[in-house]
Design a protein around this ligand. Structure first.
Ligand code: SAM
Length: 367
């Protein structure tokens, strides 16, 4: 298959069967339901409407739960005052599923009045809504995706945490400038007094790691590396593509997240920091799917489903497509890859476990 048919410049291409495999993301939102309520109360009544914007909303349940928490809190603040919920994501998001869900029994429209649901399509590394139009901005499990696909000279590592030397420096520079850009754009879109809540996967200092930090999900990415490397070693994947492929993501430490907000002149002027923290997830932080470890086959299936949901389109575009002559061949390579990945979890339960440290950033736009 030709590169120009298969390679994309996007950092992530969309989620596969996402609602069935996003329990980890849904827990992140559930854990912040109280934060959302508190932020809505702090913002108080607004005119002409209270506008929530959920950036990187994805196709369903998580963004619906974000909206529901905010709407319920606003109803306590201001009876039936008008509320607008804007769901923001890339063109490839499964918008049909999202709007079907939010109008149905699991949604937040049924039985309520004075609520407007809308979508904004694009990248959160660009302006997505108009100036000073958002009261509460949220972004769950999305801001770790960088602004574009990354190709580096990085044999032996498919993710940022194991990069070394020049490759690591380049990736760190991109991650920092993307974070600054993301926040500067939100500073323009938030109303004075509005709040931004970012919650995603983080990293914590760890002297035993090559780069001095343990990143969430390190087991998963190392299992992806092992499965892909074994296929490249057998000539099933293109070794040159694998050596240059790196997931375009970065899980920040508290310092990564905080430093630019304090030192960038635009950001320090725009935002008051309410919280920047990285903490173990409230439940199952040591192995997110550890409840299933007694049944290795189920444990392995859960991990494969979770990984496939966030990685499938990226891997197809960057690895399977370039090694295949047609779509059928790319499909077979994908199936072989998932078979190997699942076997790693079934045969070594716990070795590639998903450890989870949550990054939380809460900022208030200065009046
Ligand atoms: C793991 S999903 C999270 C979805 C949802 N927020 C949740 O918590 O379940 C990440 C989402 O971020 C979106 N995303 C990634 N990069 C983006 C960008 N630059 N602009 C807008 N959305 C983006 C993806 O399309 C995807 O829907």
């Amino acid at each position: 298959m030709q590169d120009d048919q298969t390679l994309s410049n996007r950092s992530t291409e969309g989620m596969v069967d996402y609602n069935a495999h996003s329990s980890a993301q849904q827990s992140m939102v559930a854990n912040h339901a109280a934060t959302i309520r508190k932020l809505v109360q702090n913002i108080g009544p607004v005119r002409p409407e209270f506008r929530i914007a959920d950036y990187g909303c994805g196709p369903g349940l998580s963004t619906i739960n974000v909206a529901r928490s905010a709407i319920e809190a606003y109803r306590e603040v201001e009876g039936d005052g008008p509320v607008a919920v804007c769901h923001l994501d890339q063109p490839g998001n499964d918008w049909n599923t999202l709007f079907t869900l939010l109008c149905g029994p699991e949604g937040y429209l049924e039985g309520r009045t004075c609520i407007r649901a809308e979508a904004a399509v694009g990248s959160f590394y660009d302006r997505m809504v108009s100036d000073e139009s958002v009261n509460l901005a949220t972004c769950f499990a999305a801001s770790h995706w960088l602004s574009h696909a990354v190709h580096l000279d990085a044999p032996g590592s498919i993710w940022f945490a194991d990069l070394q030397g020049e490759a690591r420096r380049k990736m760190a520079t991109l991650a920092r400038s993307d974070w600054v850009r993301f926040l500067q754009l939100r500073a323009q879109e938030l109303r004075p007094g509005g709040h931004l809540l970012v919650s995603t996967l983080g990293s914590v200092p760890d002297a035993d790691e090559a780069n001095g930090a343990a990143a969430s999900g390190r087991g998963i990415y190392r299992a992806i590396q092992a499965a892909a490397q074994s296929m490249a070693d057998e000539g099933l994947l293109d070794k040159a593509s694998l050596d240059r492929f790196v997931f375009a993501l970065w899980f920040q430490t508290e310092k990564d997240a905080r430093d630019p907000i304090e030192s960038d002149p635009v950001l320090s002027k725009a935002f008051e920091i309410k919280e920047v923290s990285v903490k173990p997830a409230p439940a199952n932080a040591d192995d997110v799917f550890g409840a299933l470890i007694g049944d290795p086959a189920a444990y392995a299936r859960k991990y494969t489903g979770y990984m496939r949901a966030f990685a499938d389109t990226t891997l197809r575009t960057q690895l399977f497509g370039p090694a295949a002559n047609d779509v059928e061949e790319a499909d077979s390579l994908a199936e072989e890859f998932y078979r190997r990945f699942e076997a790693l979890y079934r045969e070594h339960p716990g070795k590639y476990r998903f450890e989870l440290w949550n990054l939380t950033v809460v900022l208030r736009k200065r009046p």
